[in-house]
Design a protein around this ligand. Structure first.
Ligand code: URA
Length: 434
């Protein structure tokens, strides 16, 4: 394999044979192929795409670059959910325990925040003591004993993706549907799952801004899952405005606990139940009772919350911190309302701007090595369709530093659009793809 020949073939629109893709990704992961040649090939893929055969070979080669976990000795079907990322998307935190409380094993490996979108790991780290850096042995134990775990990527799973993703990030080649699909699916398939539910977010707060590109990404990922023998379902869900009413790490954990305690906001509850139904059905645990009823029961009788506390304890966290309205989680020292200057009805909330405001407060990272502040964030006092009088708050900023709060408020002032009448309600679940 000569890297030069592969780059030229892809540049000119040719298809790469499986053996060449394997050899290239192996040589890149081991450091034999330099970054500049890998970057050139990534750019050629960005413009030329990958055929289904190439995509399957690319994903398999990424998967085989590290450990592929085998959980087959643990009884029961293992089903995970992956979201392509949004603003206020704390679904994993309530969904994993809820689904586990219904008898499904949920091995969930999550990421940290990316750009304006928050990451599950950053949110969970706001629980005192909670560890996400557990080794493979502990991961296996938790799935066997507790039924779920919420951890971060290890160095040994898909090392090719870590190197490729870093290179894509600095060579303007992230936004390629085959490269995104291979990156996400290789990491999910390395977890040892039997089934996967994909939540592909669409709208101003998502990486996919329109339904067409979200559908193409979803179809591509479902196709990869199927070609690898894993049951895969994708829902396209709305991310035109933030999900729920909180954005920011500890604030989002509090809202996820609200869902588990039966007082979550309608949109967050709906997306959680819709994804949960799919997970229960892939795990084949519903058996005659509608999956939604099982999930609702696990909320009503407290089993979902108990399971979350069990996960938190098993991962070294202080489960008591989640009691009495999450009194033990960090709370911000400063609160500043962002008031409406006139009366009206909220007709749009730009989710990307709200996410960027949360990052400005310190809830996410502006540089790769920034420390995330657990307590800061934004509470949305009004959502789309709700009316506000002049001087009433549209949202409340929770911060730790006046300069950062000022930057966030400037962005939030732009994020809300008021009108005379409520817009037609948008469906939360836009499409289902299998
Ligand atoms: N998330 C990933 O894991 N990979 C991508 O390429 C994009 C988003």
């Amino acid at each position: 394999m000569r890297a030069y020949d592969l780059i030229k073939k892809k540049r000119d629109g040719g298809a790469l044979p499986t053996e060449e893709i394997d050899a290239f990704l192996e040589a890149f992961t081991s450091g034999e192929v330099p970054d500049y040649q890998a970057a050139a090939l990534l750019m050629a893929v960005y413009f030329r795409g990958l055929t289904p055969t190439e995509l399957s070979a690319w994903t398999s080669a990424m998967l085989q670059s590290g450990d592929v976990l085998d959980l087959s000795d643990i009884p029961g079907r293992k089903v995970d959910k992956h979201s392509t990322g949004g603003v206020g998307d704390k679904v994993s935190i309530c969904l994993a325990p809820l689904v586990a409380a219904c008898g499904v094993r949920v091995p969930m490996i999550s990421g940290r925040g990316l750009g304006h979108t928050g990451g599950t790991l950053d949110k969970l780290r706001s629980i005192p003591g909670f560890r996400v850096d557990l080794g493979v042995e502990r991961y296996r134990e938790l799935i066997g004993e507790v039924g779920a775990c919420l951890v971060g990527q290890t160095d040994r799973l898909v090392p090719a993706d870590r190197k490729l993703y870093a290179l894509r990030d600095v060579t303007a080649t992230v936004e390629s549907i085959p490269l995104i699909a291979a990156s996400i699916m290789s990491k999910k398939l390395a977890e040892g799952i039997d089934g996967l539910v994909l939540d592909v977010k669409v709208g101003s707060g998502a990486f996919m801004k329109d339904v067409g590109s979200a559908r193409e990404l979803a179809q591509t990922m479902v196709g990869i899952g199927r070609s690898m023998g894993k049951q895969t379902v994708a829902l396209l869900t709305d991310m035109e405005q933030p999900l729920g009413r909180t954005v920011g790490n500890a604030l989002e954990v509090i809202e996820a606990v609200d869902v588990l305690q039966g007082r979550g906001p309608d949109d967050l509850v709906e997306v959680t139940l819709a994804l949960g139904e799919e997970m229960l059905s892939l795990a084949d645990v519903a058996r005659g009772t509608p999956a939604r009823d099982l999930l609702r029961r696990a909320i009503e009788d407290g089993r979902g919350f108990e399971k979350f506390q069990q996960i938190v304890r098993a991962q070294g966290g202080d489960a008591a911190a989640l009691e009495d309205g999450c009194r033990g989680l960090p709370h911000a020292a400063l609160r500043r309302p962002v008031a409406a200057t006139e009366a009206g009805v909220v007709v749009a909330i730009d989710a990307e701007l709200v996410g960027t405001a949360a990052v400005a407060l310190g809830a996410g990272r502006e540089r790769i090595d920034d420390e995330v502040e657990p307590a800061v964030g934004i509470v949305l006092d009004r959502k789309v369709g709700e009316s506000v009088a002049a001087g009433e708050p549209l949202c409340t900023v929770h911060g730790s530093d006046e300069a950062r709060i000022g930057r966030a408020i400037a962005l939030l002032d732009e994020a809300f659009t008021l009108g005379d009448a409520a817009p037609e309600a948008r469906p939360l679940i836009l499409e289902r793809l299998v």
